[in-house]
Design a protein around this ligand. Structure first.
Ligand code: NAD
Length: 295
């Protein structure tokens, strides 16, 4: 079994790392926050003081960090992965970052004899805990085959979609679909509630029909309880939609609906909701219509 390093033990990374430990992998971990490092240590991981040290001890290095600059810092920066990695090591960046940055980091890795896959995930914290994430991978086929078993400990599926960077392009498409679904759910449920129908009954009545969706099933029960604890923070979804717009404009695609939902999320951020779950987008509509969608 390959020796694995894991960098970034946040909402997603910590349960993913714990699943690798449970599957019997030898794991070395690092996060700038010492708390989750100690927790993973208590579960059997070797604790490390830098990304460089993780890389020096690992054949496969996984990063699960917030955004492009964090990945650049942890991989390319001083004390970073490339300072410690052995030639022949594989870097799997599972963060959601800009596709062009994934390609840039990959090119730098190749110069050090390290091959990189970009392998962002969908499914959120519950699926990170269950090990049932959907993983979308960009990079060479043989590198994908070499780490597929490891990916399938964390995910129910891992699909190679193309060259490095295309994992993140796929994730951007995913995030546009999720954002628009949450906005559609919010708009519709505020309408039904203010028109006088119990939103829980509306949810039960429509969830099996064409309007039903994974997003509706994941986010509506939480909205009914007024539970907007993250999950996936609004500020991270803003990052993904900004990356989606940049990429779309570069290739000549307008995103009229995604840009509207981005501005709704921006308004929520200004209103103090940046750390809420993205399902908390419904609060924008609730404020506009002066009604709460609750049980
Ligand atoms: P998070 O902020 O909870 O976790 C990120 C972790 O990285 C934190 O523990 C932070 O301390 C650590 N970190 C930051 N910079 C570091 C560095 N230079 N070196 C070492 N550690 C560093 O974020 P998250 O929700 O776990 O998301 C991680 C990635 O996964 C993001 O790109 C996000 O968009 C994506 N994602 C999240 C979800 C979700 O539901 N939360 C779902 C799918 C994808």
């Amino acid at each position: 079994m390959k020796k694995i390093g894991f960098i970034g033990l946040g909402i997603m990374g910590k349960p993913m790392a714990l699943n690798l430990l449970k599957a019997g992998y030898e794991l070395t971990v690092y996060d700038v926050n010492p708390e989750p490092v100690k927790e993973a240590g208590a579960a059997g991981a070797s604790q490390s003081a830098s990304s460089k040290e993780v890389a020096a001890n690992s054949e496969v290095i996984i990063t699960m960090l917030p955004n492009s600059p964090d990945v650049e810092k942890a991989v390319l920066g001083p004390g970073g992965v490339l300072e410690g990695a052995q030639p022949g090591a594989i870097l799997v960046d599972m963060s959601s970052i800009a596709p062009l940055v994934a390609q840039k980091v990959s090119a730098a890795a190749v110069e050090h004899g390290v091959v990189m896959l970009d392998a962002p995930v969908s499914g959120g914290q519950p699926k990170a805990v269950d090990g049932t994430l959907s993983i979308m991978v960009g990079g060479p086929q043989e590198t994908f085959e070499a780490v597929k078993d490891i990916l399938l400990v964390m995910g129910a599926s891992a699909v190679l979609v193309g060259d490095v960077g295309s994992g993140n392009t796929t994730k951007l498409a995913n995030q546009v679909i999720v954002a628009l679904n949450i906005a559609a759910m919010s708009e519709a449920m505020v309408l039904a509630t203010k028109a006088g129908v119990d939103p829980e009954k509306v949810y039960q009545a429509i969830r099996g029909g064409l309007a039903g969706s994974t997003v509706l099933n994941a986010k509506m029960p939480l909205a009914l309880e007024g539970n907007f604890d993250p999950g996936f923070r609004i500020e991270l979804h803003i990052k993904d939609l900004m990356n989606a717009l940049d990429t779309a404009h570069e290739v000549g695609v307008p995103l009229p609906l995604a840009s509207q939902v981005l501005e709704i999320m921006q308004a929520l951020k200004v209103d103090g909701h940046a750390q809420d779950d993205h399902g908390g987008l419904i609060q924008f509509y609730e404020k506009l219509a002066k009604v709460e969608v609750r049980k």
